[in-house]
Design a protein around this ligand. Structure first.
Ligand code: ADP
Length: 486
């Protein structure tokens, strides 16, 4: 039977401890249904890198160490200092170096080398995220013709931004060596189609034919979800735990919650500014609302990340210094991770979920907040229109995170919202979550990645949000539906 090869920067070995990462949750159902080989970086850096294989049931996990220069150039350099900021629309933060690009290409070659030794002709390969854009090209160069899919978990900016990335013309067209390239939203997919149209002359409104021979690359939209019902059950249990009860008892009035990695894409400083403006404009809420911001540190060795740490600390301190009373502090800023159970209980206890990234591929915190609510007395989600989740979460209070006054007004509106409006909005939001539950995500992607039917048509491929897919089989047919829609 054909195996499924999963390739991502990090590999989550079951039972290895730590919190389950987003990718592990997303791939849980897929790992159960298929015989999988999951390959990626072990997380270790060694002068003499090793590769270990761990077997768990039918699945194998192949963990490759990185050399110190690989870690610096591929991971810290090109992935974190170039692709992450630029794909999040932050050209101003990108630090391009040719050395990092060659380190990035080198590590992709190394993963391709490991894979090429293992792949049988009918194995399927599913590559995850921005660390591994060149992998299909490196595999094709080794003569491999397997079905290879790619999913980008983060946003893809419009060509006006992407083309400012030095060497974009060496990198982005490499996606043409995949059979399927998946995005979180139609906007991201449309940006990619526009890039190809602009840079390679591919007619974006008709179809795409990249790659070689008979292969046609397709583009699809596959929004990542969460295990909705399971998270709801978890939250229901969690609110009864001593820990969550103590949190609730310690808060005078209503709780508002924010949960994010400490990353500039999450918009935490401007969010604090919005809260400050809310407090300034609404003295009637003083003493009656507490904003709990839970923010574990990430990537602290990078300058931009330590700078944001200072900015958030000082904003939280300033707000508390201005507004605190002996029995009330308006902000609780917590710098540590919590278990999923504890988080779900705190979401459930919060009247408002404040999720205002400046740009985000999807944002699972928004979905977890919705899933955790009691449908009979739910809280209100305030959500940035620039999070991928905003496409589905139309009944959230959608805000522009660059406009602290508007976010402050949304906080006031959320705090005062009637129970009937909260219930109506929550019912719609919950239904949207179920439509894109993560249990079906892998199936959707793999179905789209499976070979075209005999006529070479896409009769069975409709991407989850209903957009047309694109194929080379109709490259000259102007009657074909648009490649992607916003
Ligand atoms: P990103 O992948 O950019 O960090 P997402 O919102 O998509 O953002 O996913 C974040 C995930 O990390 C969520 O599942 C969330 O529950 C988890 N998480 C975030 N902060 C914490 C924390 N303090 N403790 C435990 N888990 C956290």
């Amino acid at each position: 039977m054909a195996r499924l090869f999963l390739i991502s920067n990090r590999v989550a070995v079951p039972g290895a401890g730590g919190h389950p990462g987003g990718l592990e949750v997303a791939l849980k159902a897929t790992l159960r249904k298929h015989t999988c080989v999951w390959l990626g970086w072990s997380g270790e850096v060694n002068e003499k890198p090793r590769t270990r294989t761990i077997e768990r049931g039918d699945n194998s996990y192949i963990l490759a160490d990185l050399r110190p220069e690989d870690f610096d150039e591929y991971y810290n350099g090109f992935a974190n200092r170039v692709l992450w900021p630029i794909f999040h629309y932050r050209l101003d933060l990108a630090e391009f170096s040719r050395r990092d690009l060659s380190g990035y290409l080198r590590v992709n070659e190394r993963f391709a080398e490991e894979l090429a030794r293992l792949l049988e002709p009918d194995d399927i390969v599913w590559v995850h995220d921005y660390h591994l854009i060149p992998l299909a090209k490196a595999l094709r160069a080794r003569g491999l013709n397997n079905r290879i899919g790619f999913f980008l978990h983060i946003p893809l900016p419009p060509p006006e931004i992407l083309t400012a990335m030095p060497n974009h013309e060496r990198l982005i067209p490499l996606l043409g060596d995949y059979d399927l390239v998946g995005f979180q939203t139609h906007g991201d997919a449309a940006n990619f189609a526009r890039y190809l149209a602009k840079e390679l002359g591919t007619p974006s409104h008709i179809s795409l034919r990249l790659g070689s021979g008979d292969r046609a690359m397709r583009i699809g939209t596959f929004p990542v979800g969460i295990e909705t019902r399971e998270f709801t059950r978890l939250a229901r249990r969690a609110v009864k735990t001593d820990f969550v009860r103590r949190v609730i008892a310690s808060v005078p009035g209503l709780l508002m919650i924010g949960v994010d990695r400490l990353d500039y894409s999450k918009g935490i400083p401007l969010r604090l500014e919005a809260y400050e403006r809310f407090l300034a404009a609404n003295p009637q809420w003083h003493g009656k609302v507490t904003y709990l911001q839970i923010t574990p540190k990430s990537r602290s060795t990078i300058k931009e990340y330590s700078e944001i740490e200072v900015a958030v600390n000082s904003a939280a301190g300033r707000i508390n210094g201005t507004y605190s009373e002996a029995n009330w502090a308006p902000v609780r800023y917590v710098n540590r991770p919590y278990s999923r159970t504890a988080l779900s209980g705190m979401y459930a206890a919060a009247r408002v979920g404040l999720v205002t990234p400046m740009r985000d591929g999807m944002n699972l915190v928004a979905k977890e907040y919705i899933a955790a609510q009691d449908p009979d007395d739910p809280g209100v989600l305030i959500l940035s229109r620039f999070a991928g989740a905003a496409d589905e979460c139309r009944e959230a209070l959608l805000v522009n995170p660059y406009d602290p006054d508007a976010v402050a007004a949304a906080i006031a509106r959320a705090m005062a919202m009637s129970k009937s409006e909260r219930k109506a909005r929550h019912a719609e939001l919950y239904a949207a979550l179920l439509r894109h539950d993560i249990s079906k995500w892998g199936d959707r992607f793999l179905k789209a990645l499976s070979p075209l039917d005999k006529k070479g048509a896409l009769s069975d491929f409709i991407s989850p949000l209903g957009s047309a897919a694109v194929t080379g089989s109709a490259a000259t047919d102007p009657e074909r539906p648009p490649a992607t829609r916003q």
